[in-house]
Write a protein that binds this ligand. Structure first.
Ligand code: TEU
Length: 531
């Protein structure tokens, strides 16, 4: 490892930190309007402090018409009244700071809501603001057919202007033109506004899309991408002690190293999605655990000494971890299994609300669906598939699975609200809830709490290298070494009991089973540590 990297790593204020992601609409409803809010988050800071998290990533709470639940921003400088007031947000920053918890905001800079003043002025013919977006004529659009990620055409016609505007997501989310310097300067003003209010970082929504190449019909990873990120760093968050993470669906290890360059010129890290989308088909439901092992090895080894990994399986766009990668019949055991596998690697772990108590997917009906992406998928897929096929995909993959209200206790609506929530509460809330988890010292919650504590106490988790151990396809095993210490994780990937002719060095440090036996039981996962 070169000296610059070691210097950067030693100075990284976030390297042993853990981030907890909150989707405010579904976290806690303090005023019983059926929608989560900022005061609800304030009321749960003691719980988050108990878990041991260091930072909270709050998904967008800015003024928004919420066609995409806040990822369609109409005013970046104000809090949406449904989430509360700016005073509430200032109080959240202060109350979190008292608990040594930093707030990370979610910046959606690739696009704005079509309800944003800039877009309204553009529609009225204001050329300055038309140049903030990607307006093109029919000839251009016909030569550059682009599909929206949410389905359908990404060009929307505006009759009054006889022009089309680009929207890579919903038609109410108009792409900004980052090649326009005025747009970039406006974004940096927004970032500095929130930094000066005391936020400690940002998550950047689809930031790999801010540089596009129309001639190649490419909507991400354009030639100016890293130039713009470096400029943003210099003109905003690079002047503060922050944790920054870019959402970059297109990134591979090479890009990840550029984004998390140890010279500190871009972000702290990015979310890469190869371990999530290795099939590259969002609605593909199969899981290949052999591929998964190889992908983790690639990112761990290629970024070691050259960049920094984020570590996550869940967020507000993805199905629940236990339902997707684990086994609902072994809910707590597989929840612990994947938590141990993920949190024993190098990088910054992200815990998504409810992951720490083992919340799961649910069996949606069409009427219960809320997500614009899932509804668009349903409307398209139903044209060529049986409804049972389409709903099977929705139940396994849709983003609504991550957005059911946080399950706090076994009272009505899971203690999330006293009013019927905007989205249905998972019926299993009577069995899966925070209150019950806190009362059981062997619950998944305490596994997460222990893993977060370990990251602070055991330098090997942060600084150690990574090498896969090949124990055959039924096992996922790896070794980390640091200053003569060894951490070895061995996990049975199957539901069957397995004998294993492998003796790990060191003491049994952690397990997802209470008593140690010779054989590895279903999904049994052990961590051995030798000092
Ligand atoms: O997501 C980007 C994105 O492409 C994912 O939503 C993807 O389409 C799919 O849902 C993953 O399974 C970001 C935000 O995280 C998402 O919530 C927003 O809907 C989207 O950008 C538009 O802002």
């Amino acid at each position: 490892m070169n000296a610059d990297y070691i210097k950067w790593r030693d100075n990284m204020s976030f390297k042993n930190k853990v981030v907890y992601q909150i989707y405010p609409m579904s976290f806690m409803d303090s005023n019983n309007d059926g929608m989560g809010d900022i005061r609800g988050i304030i009321g749960k800071l003691d719980y988050l402090e108990n878990l041991g998290v260091d930072m909270l990533w709050i998904t967008p709470v800015y003024s928004s018409p919420k066609f995409d639940n806040g990822y369609d921003i109409a005013d970046y400088y104000n809090i949406d009244p449904q989430f509360g007031t700016m005073e509430d947000f200032d109080e959240l920053i202060e109350k979190a700071k008292e608990k040594n918890i930093g707030i990370i905001m979610d910046i959606v800079a690739n696009h704005t809501s079509t309800h944003h003043d800039w877009f309204k002025k553009a529609l009225l013919g204001d050329k300055k603001y038309q140049d903030f977006y990607v307006f093109r004529d029919k000839a251009f659009v016909e030569k550059h057919p682009i599909n929206s990620i949410f389905g359908g055409d990404a060009w929307e016609y505006v009759e009054e202007l006889n022009l089309y505007y680009l929207h890579n997501f919903d038609k109410t989310q108009a792409d900004l033109d980052w090649d326009n310097e005025e747009v970039r300067e406006e974004v940096y003003k927004i970032l500095n506004f929130w930094l000066n209010k005391g936020v400690k970082g940002f998550r950047f929504d689809v930031i790999d899309m801010i540089s596009k190449e129309f001639d190649k019909l490419s909507m991400s990873n354009g030639p100016k991408l890293h130039e713009y990120i470096k400029e943003m760093n210099k003109k905003s968050f690079g002047n503060f002690e922050t944790l920054t993470v870019g959402e970059t669906w297109s990134a591979d290890t090479e890009h990840a190293k550029l984004y998390s360059n140890p010279d500190g010129s871009e972000f702290s890290m990015v979310f890469t999605f190869e371990h999530i989308m290795y099939t590259m088909n969002k609605w593909e439901t199969t899981i290949d655990k052999q591929k998964l092992k190889g992908i983790f090895e690639k990112y761990q080894k290629e970024l070691f000494g050259k960049g920094w990994n984020s570590l996550f399986f869940n967020n507000h766009d993805l199905p629940r971890l236990i339902s997707r990668y684990g086994d609902e019949e072994y809910r707590e055991i597989t929840g612990k299994q994947w938590a141990m596998i993920l949190h024993s690697m190098a990088g910054t772990p992200f815990i998504y609300q409810g992951e720490e108590i083992g919340m799961t997917n649910r069996a949606w009906t069409r009427e219960e669906m809320r997500d614009v992406e899932a509804i668009n998928y349903y409307n398209e897929a139903i044209k060529t598939h049986e409804e049972s096929y389409v709903m099977d995909k929705v139940r396994k993959i849709s983003r609504d699975n991550a957005r059911t209200p946080m399950q706090w206790d076994d009272s009505d609506y899971g203690g999330f609200s006293k009013e019927n929530p905007w989205i249905i509460v998972n019926e299993n809330y009577k069995d899966i809830n925070v209150k019950k988890a806190l009362e059981d010292e062997n619950s998944l919650f305490y596994t997460y709490k222990k893993l977060l504590k370990l990251r602070k106490e055991e330098e090997i988790l942060v600084e150690g290298d990574f090498n896969l151990i090949d124990l055959g396809e039924d096992f996922f095993a790896y070794k980390r070494t640091y200053k003569g210490q060894e951490l070895i994780l061995v996990s049975n990937l199957t539901k069957e009991e397995k004998t294993l002719d492998f003796v790990a060095k060191g003491e049994l440090f952690m397990s997802n089973y209470e008593k140690e036996e010779k054989n590895y039981r279903a999904y049994e996962t052990r961590i051995y540590l030798s000092k």
